[in-house]
Design a protein around this ligand. Structure first.
Ligand SMILES: NC(=O)c1ccc[n+]([C@@H]2O[C@H](COP(=O)([O-])OP(=O)(O)OC[C@H]3O[C@@H](n4cnc5c(N)ncnc54)[C@H](OP(=O)(O)O)[C@@H]3O)[C@@H](O)[C@H]2O)c1
Length: 246
């Protein structure tokens, strides 16, 4: 089986490539640093030649409304068309748990990406949706810093490790297409403000955590359960404490 991983040098992509190779699969890696650009199509036809499965774990250059919509619209359109032309049978795309509930440009762009994949000419598609990665708790703390305070909403979440997400994506790529959506989440439920406090303490960061119901999540307003997956979600193994310790 030949699998093309698009976004292969990224946080999830690099781990997905490793998991697939552990299974003895032939993997073709795609990223701009390897000379292939999914927004222009440069090098794509050659990379996709002979592929049965495409795994799309690309990400936009920024999370602004304009750039994320432009990226996912153009990249996904180019990629699904090239994959269909190359005879790819199964397209696996990584998206975000709760994208339909998160009202900000980045998440609308992810919904657009999902929709373009569903409506493409490729026979089978699988949609894997992940909860926020542990790394996102840190990114949120940076974005929501005002003066000496880090603002965090008192909401529930099940953040997940990049290793668990990559294992799930690789498993889906090697298996029968999902004909729908699979959610992957972390093993533990936490409150975002508690995780933020643990993160700052572990980093020796003296800033105060301000519990703020209006603190946005990458531009979107969130309620207590917005970030939680459905009860049927697959749960990973890696914990926030293990990630912090590393
Ligand atoms: N962060 C979260 O909490 C979270 C939660 C759920 C789902 N997700 C989803 O997970 C996915 C992967 O995220 P990630 O953190 O692993 O991303 P990442 O580390 O930023 O990696 C992005 C990858 O895409 C490649 N890429 C970007 N633009 C490209 C282009 N024009 N042509 C070819 N390759 C390109 C990058 O390589 P080059 O720069 O070399 O091109 C890199 O390999 C995203 O779609 C995101 O929406 C994220």
């Amino acid at each position: 089986m030949r699998v093309v991983v698009v976004g292969a040098t990224g946080l999830i992509g690099s781990r997905t490539v490793a998991r697939l190779r552990d299974h003895g699969v032939e993997v073709v890696t795609v990223s701009r640093s390897e000379g292939v650009d999914v927004t222009t199509g440069k090098g794509l036809a050659e990379a996709l030649r002979g592929a049965e499965v495409v795994v799309d774990v690309t990400d936009a250059p920024s999370r602004t409304d304009k750039e994320s919509v432009e990226f996912f619209a153009r990249a996904t359109d180019t990629l699904v068309e090239a994959a269909a032309t190359a005879g790819v049978e199964h397209y696996v795309v990584l998206s975000v748990v709760g994208a339909e509930r998160l009202e900000a440009g980045y998440f609308r762009a992810k919904l657009l990406q999902e929709d373009l994949v569903r409506r493409s000419r490729i026979p089978f598609s699988s949609l894997v949706r992940a909860t926020p990665f542990f790394e996102s708790v840190e990114a949120m703390a940076l974005m929501n810093t005002y003066g000496d305070g880090v603002h965090a909403a008192p909401v529930l979440m099940r953040p997940v490790s990049a290793d668990d997400v990559a294992s799930e994506v690789a498993h889906v790529a090697l298996g029968v297409p999902l004909f729908g959506v699979l959610e992957i989440a972390g093993p533990e439920e936490h409150r975002l403000d508690d995780l933020t406090a643990k993160l700052l303490a572990a980093r020796g960061d003296m800033r105060e955590v301000v519990i703020d119901a209006d603190a946005p999540f990458f531009g979107a307003r969130i309620e207590e359960r917005t970030l939680l997956p459905a009860p049927a979600a697959h749960l990973g193994h890696g914990t926030f404490a293990q990630w912090l310790a590393r």
